[in-house]
Design a protein around this ligand. Structure first.
Ligand code: MIC
Ligand code: SF4
Length: 644
């Protein structure tokens, strides 16, 4: 039977289950990725799983998020990650080397392989024809130790691309068009598989922009065929040997299909505060901006930054605009310098940062209060920039550069002919900031450095059989992990210390939430559809569990967050009748009797709202495997109990 590309990669990695849409499957993982915001927990959890050495073909730890060293926390974390990587057999990427997703494209990603990353934008690797999936740190730790990764067999949506991008229309505009069509939840349960003659005009890094933002639709990931563009990119990286041709079989069946005419796209922007709030730039033109930030894992490739530099060449930004540029990797940075583009950026008034996540995710460069920031990144959730009152617009590097010069949101088409950027004959492949692990013989002698930033892992036990607990918060649709555990440098610095970071749970909604939760002991959060969308940060499950939260009752969950809830023994409960959500209010007391037998039995059961004097029905949104974890108190507790 003809197969989609996704099905081919899954079939060649299938370790458990049947490839029936919606049914749980396990897949073998070839490569893993963690970074300095998720890696600390992943490594501590890998240790707790008791494996002496990583068995995935390649595992890399990147230092790219926590780059500010205002206190010793981040440097302590980096020392921990460096020594643990040496000991456990992982490659360590030093701070300054670049963003994990850009570096994975350049140096490690291989068509047809599986990559599991403790970061939601691991999907970027799909540009190379890999099945690249984001997950919580504990799932990645398990895969580092050779366990399969479990997910529900996705449905495959074909996105047919036709035509070619016109002048000033970009891959970012294509990614925003996908979001405009699918919204932040339309990709749920799907892999977005790209196909069609429109692919011919898209370079590898342009495909990467689209693959990167696929997670914003709620999709599992995106995958592109591995073709001549893939081969050309790998050859420029000196990795032609990693290329192989891959595509869906002709006549393969898809669960749905949409078609995008690249030729019809115009410059687009995602207006505050959601990536699917997409509008034509021409409609927003004239919005005064305070800050323009070019970079992040979405748009920091050579092609992106060279184009921005060419637009800025010979022009300067006005006094009220702060222009920030953060290259995606050292290779990109070096090439900008070699071509003189770095001087053009400096001359324009840009603040050029180190090769890292940079301004993204609230790690510095918070815009002014009530300000407007144009960013080439992928998320504009409230508060994510570090300034809750700021409005973030997501745009292409072309729109960003044109707007930086104008001092207001500007349609780049007004600049006349777009610049042409020629690729170099080859990229400089300097892997000297990747530190290889100690050999197996020497690894035992490597001492893992644990500075004061590294706290012991909290351990959890089985849930009680009867629960009486308050509704702590009643929230709406599309709650993000940035709402649950905000971004920001001061919070990110605490990623290796659950007791410390738990003080920030829901802090943008209620600064002292953590005190109320601790006092209540147990509790529930009520949510709407797509609860927990956005990042992969497992701290958004782990820290609430640490504070005593019992479960979340929602209309539906985002995939990664649902898995994280189960991994830490928090109940993911789904309303049978979504209408019930309206009358269950903050402060109501909920009661569940016989929880353990209800979990074992599966199906649905009633929860009594004692305050309202009414019952409502829920079902546990978990596979049989996940129910075992919930009964044990999480994956680590289950692994310890089963001696696995
Ligand atoms: C993000 O972009 O939100 C992050 C920071 O990269 C996260 C990872 C994290 O919060 O640990 C992600 O996307 O998964
Ligand atoms: Fe880093 Fe931002 Fe990309 Fe997350 S979205 S990996 S913080 S650049």
């Amino acid at each position: 039977m003809p197969r989609t590309l996704t099905e081919k990669i899954i079939a060649s990695h299938l370790a458990a289950g049947e490839m029936k849409p919606g049914a749980e499957i396990g897949i073998r993982i070839d490569q893993t990725l963690v970074h300095d915001a998720t890696g600390q927990m992943a490594v501590l959890q890998f240790e707790a799983l008791g494996k002496p050495r990583v068995t995935a073909r390649r595992s890399v730890v990147y230092c790219d998020h926590n780059i500010l060293q205002v206190t010793s926390h981040n440097a302590d974390d980096h020392a921990f990650l460096r020594t643990a990587a040496a000991r456990f057999g992982m490659v360590f990427s030093k701070v300054g080397n670049g963003i994990c997703h850009q570096l994975n494209l350049e140096r490690f990603g291989v068509p047809g392989e599986t990559l599991l990353g403790a970061d939601s934008h691991t999907t970027t690797g799909g540009a190379l024809g890999a099945l690249a999936i984001g997950a919580g740190g504990l799932d990645v730790a398990a895969a580092m130790g050779g366990r399969p990764f479990f997910l529900n067999m996705p449905r495959i949506m074909r996105i047919s691309l036709t035509g070619a991008l016109g002048p000033w229309a970009t891959a970012k505009d294509a990614a925003l068009e996908v979001l405009r069509r699918l919204t932040v939840s339309g990709g749920r349960g799907h892999v977005l598989e790209f196909a069609g003659e429109g692919l011919r005009g898209l370079s590898l890094t342009q495909r990467a922009v689209i693959a990167n933002m696929s997670i914003e639709t709620g999709a599992v990931t995106a995958v592109f065929p591995s073709d001549a563009a893939t081969r050309a990119f790998l050859a420029l990286q000196g990795r032609a040997g990693d290329w192989r041709e891959l595509a869906a079989d002709p006549g393969a069946g898809y669960s749905s299909e949409i078609s995008i005419d690249l030729g019809a796209l115009e410059p687009l922007a995602a207006a505050p505060h959601s990536p699917d709030n997409v509008r034509p730039v021409s409609e927003l033109a004239g919005t005064r901006c305070d800050q323009v930030a070019i970079g992040s894992c979405t748009n920091s490739s050579f092609q992106d930054l060279m184009t921005a530099a060419a637009i800025l060449k010979g022009r300067t930004v006005p006094p009220h605009v702060s222009l920030i540029v953060a290259p995606g990797s050292r290779q990109v940075y070096w090439e900008l310098a070699r071509r003189g583009a770095l001087s053009d950026l400096i001359a324009s008034g840009a603040r050029v940062m180190e090769a890292a996540c940079g301004f993204c995710n609230g790690v510095g460069q918070a815009p002014p209060s009530g300000g407007v920031s144009l960013r080439t990144s992928n998320r504009n959730f409230p508060g994510r920039s570090g300034t809750p009152s700021a409005g973030i617009y997501l745009v292409s590097p072309e729109t960003a550069a044109a707007s930086a010069i104008a001092g207001e949101l500007a349609d780049p088409r007004r600049l006349g002919d777009p610049p042409r950027v020629e690729l170099p004959g080859s990229f400089r492949a300097d892997d000297s900031m990747f530190v290889p692990p100690a050999s197996e013989g020497e690894a035992g002698g490597v001492e893992i450095v644990r500075g004061p930033s590294i706290a012991p892992l909290p351990r959890f036990g089985p849930p009680p059989d009867s629960v009486e607990a308050p509704v702590m918060l009643a929230l709406g649709d599309n709650v993000t992990t940035d709402d649950i555990l905000p971004a920001g440098a001061h919070i990110l610095a605490l990623r290796a210390n659950i007791p410390a970071i738990s003080r920030y749970i829901f802090s943008n909604i209620e600064p002292d939430y953590h005190l109320r939760q601790k006092e209540a002991g147990a509790g529930f959060v009520i949510g709407g559809a797509n609860y927990g969308q956005g990042s992969s940060r497992e701290h958004a499950a782990l820290a609430p569990r640490y504070l005593g939260l019992t479960g979340v009752i929602a209309e539906s969950f985002a995939r990664i967050h649902q898995a994280n809830l189960c991994n830490f023994g928090l109940l993911p409960l789904v309303f049978l009748n979504p209408g019930d959500r309206g009358w269950i209010l903050q402060g109501h007391t909920l009661r569940i009797e016989g929880l353990l037998s209800r979990l074992r039995a599966g199906g649905h059961f009633a929860i009594l709202d004692e305050t309202a004097g009414r019952e409502f029905e829920v079902r546990v949104d978990a596979s049989a495997r996940q129910v075992e974890m919930l009964l044990a108190g999480g994956l680590l507790a289950l692994a310890a109990a089963s001696g696995d």
